[in-house]
Write a protein that binds this ligand. Structure first.
Ligand code: OOG
Ligand code: MG
Length: 263
């Protein structure tokens, strides 16, 4: 699996998904191209495509967790947690604008973001997890699968950096409140399109952060102090279109919003 031929092949697949993301042009699912990747190989492709971004000058600012809610697992037909890197290139200024043509068929989903003040890696208790958090905020994630029709196997989506393509974060809040069951409403132009609760995220978003530390540890990585962790969507995702104003209201934590522009 780690012989040169396999590495060359994985590196070609990384180029394929990275080109698709960079040019906003959909590709056929790797699994339909006859590539039966293991999950380990899929994460190697993800690492290689992140390296291509870093080589272009992007910087990693954190990670995102995926499929931490039943709503998302059901919407996408998969049944395991995934994770992938977030870079500065994906960041959308809160209240700012993002161009629709940057994406293939983007969707948006309501999330909770954590800012770490201590590094996390491996098996950690909930107390340790909470002690590592500097601040928490409502967040919106834009996902844009690079695959035709937004369809994928678990290995496909992992290789495609878990569909990561954009995120915006509301004002950071000190963690003084219990965040395990906060109401969330995601609006398009003032109309609710998804309603949920932070409880949908593994019963408590902190559990997602603990899972992030565990998977990072398993991969021999550390979530450094100063990094951001998106806990995963609380509801299904909704397709965005040019002109739409997207706003998340999260009970006790406030709002996160952005506008999609045509070009
Ligand atoms: C994969 C990303 C999943 C989440 O919050 O569950 C994700 C996808 O649905 O395309 O970001
Ligand atoms: Mg997400």
């Amino acid at each position: 699996m780690t012989d040169i031929t396999t590495n060359e092949k994985l590196s070609k697949l990384a180029k394929q998904v990275d080109d698709a993301a960079f040019n906003a042009v959909a590709i056929e699912q790797l699994s339909s191209q006859g590539e039966q990747l293991s999950l380990t190989q899929a994460y190697l492709v993800q690492d290689m495509s992140l390296q291509r971004r870093l080589d272009r000058g992007e910087q990693q600012v954190g990670i995102k967790m995926g499929f931490t809610s039943r709503a998302k697992m059901i919407q996408m037909g998969v049944d395991d947690l995934i994770w992938g890197p977030l870079t500065d290139e994906m960041f959308i200024e809160e209240g700012g604008e993002v161009a629709f043509d940057k994406f293939i068929h983007a969707r948006v989903e309501p999330e909770i973001a954590f800012l770490l003040k201590k590094p996390l890696s491996g098996n950690v208790t909930m107390t340790e997890v909470m002690a590592a958090v500097e601040a928490v905020a409502p967040a919106l994630e834009i996902i844009d699968s690079r695959y035709n029709n937004f369809k994928f196997s678990l290995e496909d989506v992992v290789a495609d950096n878990c569909s990561s393509s954009g995120f915006t974060i509301g004002a950071w809040q000190q963690v003084t409140t219990d965040i395990s069951n906060l109401g969330m409403v995601m609006e398009f132009d003032g109309e609710a399109v998804e309603i949920g609760s932070t409880a949908a995220i593994l019963g408590n978003p902190y559990r997602s952060l603990a899972a992030a530390a565990r998977v990072a540890g398993e991969a021999g990585k550390v979530l450094p102090a100063g990094s951001i962790v998106l806990a995963g969507a609380a509801t299904a995702a909704q397709p965005i279109k040019p002109g739409v104003h997207v706003k998340l209201h999260c009970e006790k934590l406030g709002v996160a919003e952005f506008t999609v522009t045509a070009g």
